[in-house]
Write a protein that binds this ligand. Structure first.
Ligand code: GAF
Length: 379
């Protein structure tokens, strides 16, 4: 944190007015449900974007990242249609707040992030949320965290041009340490669900395959459009409105195998989130393992967003004794989560790494995820 403030001073020639941080996330269960008005259950990672800010007297944005040496990027007038590379994640939030009628002046920003990029762990949402929280404080906007998350989503959808749902920004803004966040993405009601794995002798590994398959953004948009087409064919507002018990009848009414797969995934995935909540409420944390494995099969076979590397993590982890595993996030690469008994964590990790090595694949990065805090001001 000191580094971020000091570096800000070196770059801009004055001391920052404050330092904020916002985390990345993993999603425990509820994948691709957030743009179908469904349920999600992410938790915050200890990995965060930390940023120092100072207000300017004009309306421009200057942004600098510790990962990219060189001069700050200057965005004189943030607006959709302009592109400043990574700095879009900063400028777009300034734009979204202004567009919503809030009086937000220009800012200087220097940030450093420990959230792995391109790993499906929401490094961009962490960036957006740290900016939104800082602007909220600096300009006295008085917005609630969910309102900030929603404006960040708008920034990403309209300015950055990615048609994502509301999960990642809400997770970064609203998660609390030691909990997973149950979010109903239709009415945005939230519940903090205690998720302390160490207390019951368990561990959750995140396995970053370090793979990012091409066209993943386009494929995401296609899945979203396919879900909307399915909802239209069924005459419902969103796939959330198809009850689990009526799934067989709904599938019979759909026009193609592709749309049937999308609908089946969303309806069963919402049901899986409800099952996970019931299991956690009943104190049966180990019971969620098979639900994670089912969720992965559904993302692989019905929603078709997995990839050979993610399947390999899941298969090799489960074969080595993991209680459950599944891909997490948007898919087409990125990370998987693995639920293991504490005592078996070493052997499971070894088995996954060996499976990759024996196929000549790049070694994945593995770390233990403990639910961390949501976004906050550091000083
Ligand atoms: C990405 C998106 F940004 C989220 O909104 C969500 O749809 C997720 O993929 C899949 O569950 O992280």
């Amino acid at each position: 944190m000191a580094d971020v403030a000091e570096e800000f001073g070196r770059l801009y020639g004055y001391a920052p007015e404050g330092v904020w941080e916002a985390p990345g996330r993993v999603n425990l269960i509820g994948e691709h449900t957030d743009y179908n008005d469904g349920f999600v259950m992410p938790f915050a990672l200890p990995h965060t974007a930390v940023a120092a800010f100072g207000r300017r007297t004009d309306t421009a944005v200057r942004a600098h990242s510790a990962d990219l040496p060189g001069e700050p990027v200057v965005v004189a007038e943030p607006a959709p249609g302009t592109s400043a590379g990574w700095a879009d994640y900063v400028a777009s939030v300034v734009w979204a707040l202004r567009e919503a009628g809030h009086e937000v002046g220009g800012v200087d920003v220097h940030l450093a992030s420990t959230v792995p990029t391109g790993a499906g762990l929401s490094s961009s949402a962490a960036l957006e949320v740290v900016v939104a929280l800082a602007l909220n404080d600096l300009f006295g906007l008085g917005l609630e965290r969910q309102e900030l998350a929603t404006l960040c989503q708008r920034a990403e959808n309209v300015y950055v041009g990615a048609p994502t749902g509301i999960m990642d920004q809400t997770a970064s803004a609203c998660c609390t340490a030691g909990h997973a966040l149950f979010l109903d993405t239709r009415d945005l009601t939230r519940r903090q669900v205690p998720f302390d794995l160490a207390a019951v002798g368990l561990r959750l590994l995140v396995v970053d395959t370090q793979v990012k398959h091409a066209h993943s953004e386009g494929e995401y948009g296609k899945r979203r459009a396919g879900c909307e087409a399915g909802a239209a064919e069924l005459g419902v507002t969103a796939l959330r409105d198809v009850p689990f018990t009526e799934l067989p009848a709904a599938l019979d009414r759909l026009s193609s195998a592709e749309i049937r797969g999308l609908v089946r995934h969303i309806v069963t995935e919402n049901h899986r989130v409800e099952r996970v909540i019931s299991l956690l409420d009943a104190g049966d944390v180990r019971g969620i393992g098979p639900v994670l494995v089912e969720g992965h099969a559904s993302l692989r076979d019905d929603f078709r967003v997995s990839c050979p590397e993610l399947d390999l993590v899941v298969d090799s982890a489960v074969a080595a004794g993991a209680l459950g595993a599944r891909m997490t996030g948007g898919g087409f690469g990125g990370s998987a989560i693995v639920l293991v008994e504490e005592a078996a964590a070493g052997q499971v990790e070894k088995a996954v790494l060996e499976a990759f090595a024996s196929r000549g694949l790049r070694e994945p990065r593995v770390f233990t995820a403990v639910p961390g805090a949501g976004a906050r001001r550091l000083r």
